[in-house]
Design a protein around this ligand. Structure first.
Ligand code: FMN
Ligand code: SF4
Ligand code: SF4
Length: 253
C-alpha cells in the first residue's frame, strides 16, 4: 500500500521515528504537520496514512488535531494509523484520535507507540539513554505489526474531556527572560508562529501548543515556564540525530 506519513516534532524524537518508519515501509512520502497549518483543507490520496507525533498530557498536540480536522481522504477506505513517541505513557491518544476521525466519517485502524526521552518540563536529564538505544528495535516491532494491516477498535464509551493542549493557550506562562539576545531562533522553530521580536527581545503570545521547541532550541536558555514554580530551569534536549535545520524544515516544506 502506498503511504503518506505526517509528522510533528519539537525536539526530533518523532521526526527521527517518522524517517526510519518511512524507510522501512517503502513507497512512503513524508509530510510535515506544520507545513499544512496554513491550508484550510489537506487532500490526501494515498491508501495508507500515518500520523507520527508526541504525546502531550495523554493526547496529541493541537497542530495534529488541526490536521485531522482538515484532512480530506480520496481513497475509499483509507488505512489510518497513529504512532506516538512518548516518555512514560500514551494515555488515551488513540481513543481521542479515533473519536475525532469518526466525527469526520473515518476511523483509526491501528495505533502504537515508541518510548523516547522526555521533552516535557517534568523530565530530568540523564535517564533516557535506554529508550534512545532501543528506538530502532521498538520501531521494528511496530512495523512488523503494521505490515499485517491490523484493524483495532477503540473504546470511547467514557467521554474524554478536552485537555489544556487541545486548543492553543499559554497555560505554562512560557516567556523569554531578559537574557534573551534576540537571535530569532525561537520565532523560526515555533510551529504556531506565536513568537515575535520586539526591541530585540522575544515576545510569546497566547497561540501556544506547549511543544517546548522554543525552550529546547534557544541557544542561551532564555525561555522559561513562568507559571510552573520550581521547574523554570530544566535541561535542553534534542534527538542526537536531528539537527536544527531538520526542525526548521518542518515549516518550510
Ligand atoms: C507538553 C508536553 C506534555 C507531555 N506529556 C506526555 C505524556 O502525557 N505522556 C508521555 O509519555 N510523554 C509526554 N511528553 C513527552 C513527549 O511525548 C516525548 O518526549 C516525545 O517523544 C517528544 O517528541 P518530539 O521530540 O518529537 O517533540 C510530553 C511532552 C510535552 C512537551
Ligand atoms: S531563541 Fe532565545 S535568545 Fe533567541 S530570540 Fe528566542 S528567547 Fe531570545
Ligand atoms: S511558543 Fe514555544 S512552546 Fe509555544 S508553540 Fe511556540 S515553540 Fe511551542
Amino acid at each position: 500500500m502506498s503511504c503518506t506519513i505526517y509528522y510533528f516534532s519539537a525536539t526530533g524524537n518523532s521526526l527521527s521515528t517518522a524517517k526510519i518508519l518511512a524507510q522501512q515501509l517503502g513507497d512512503c512520502q513524508l509530510k510535515t504537520v506544520s507545513s499544512c497549518f496554513k491550508n484550510s483543507k489537506v487532500i490526501e490520496e494515498r491508501e495508507m496514512v500515518g500520523i507520527v507525533c508526541p504525546v502531550y498530557y495523554g493526547t496529541v498536540p493541537y497542530p495534529v488535531r488541526e490536521l485531522l480536522n482538515k484532512l480530506v481522504f480520496t481513497a475509499k477506505s483509507p488505512y489510518i494509523f497513529l504512532l506516538n513517541t512518548y516518555k512514560g505513557h500514551c494515555g488515551a491518544t488513540a481513543q481521542r484520535v479515533d473519536l475525532l476521525l469518526q466525527s469526520r466519517g473515518q476511523k483509526l485502524s491501528f495505533a502504537g507507540g515508541v518510548p523516547m526521552p522526555g521533552n516535557s518540563f517534568l523530565n530530568k536529564p540523564g535517564k533516557d539513554e535506554e529508550s534512545l538505544s532501543l528506538q530502532k528495535e521498538n520501531l521494528a516491532l511496530f512495523v512488523e505489526q503494521l505490515q499485517q494491516n491490523p484493524v483495532q477498535s477503540f473504546d470511547h464509551s467514557e467521554i474524554l474531556p478536552l485537555r489544556p493542549v487541545d486548543y492553543p493557550n499559554n497555560f505554562r506562562g512560557i516567556l523569554a527572560e531578559d537574557s534573551c539576545i534576540g537571535c530569532g531562533t525561537c520565532t523560526k522553530v515555533c510551529p504556531m508562529n506565536n513568537i515575535s521580536l520586539k526591541d530585540g527581545k522575544a515576545i510569546i503570545g497566547d497561540d501556544c501548543a506547549t511543544c517546548l521547541a522554543c525552550f529546547h532550541w534557544c541557544p542561551v536558555e532564555a525561555i522559561i515556564m513562568s507559571k510552573q514554580e520550581g521547574i523554570e530551569r530544566r535541561f535542553k534536549y534534542h534527538h542526537p540525530e536531528v539537527s536544527f535545520t531538520d526542525i526548521l524544515a518542518q515549516k518550510e516544506q
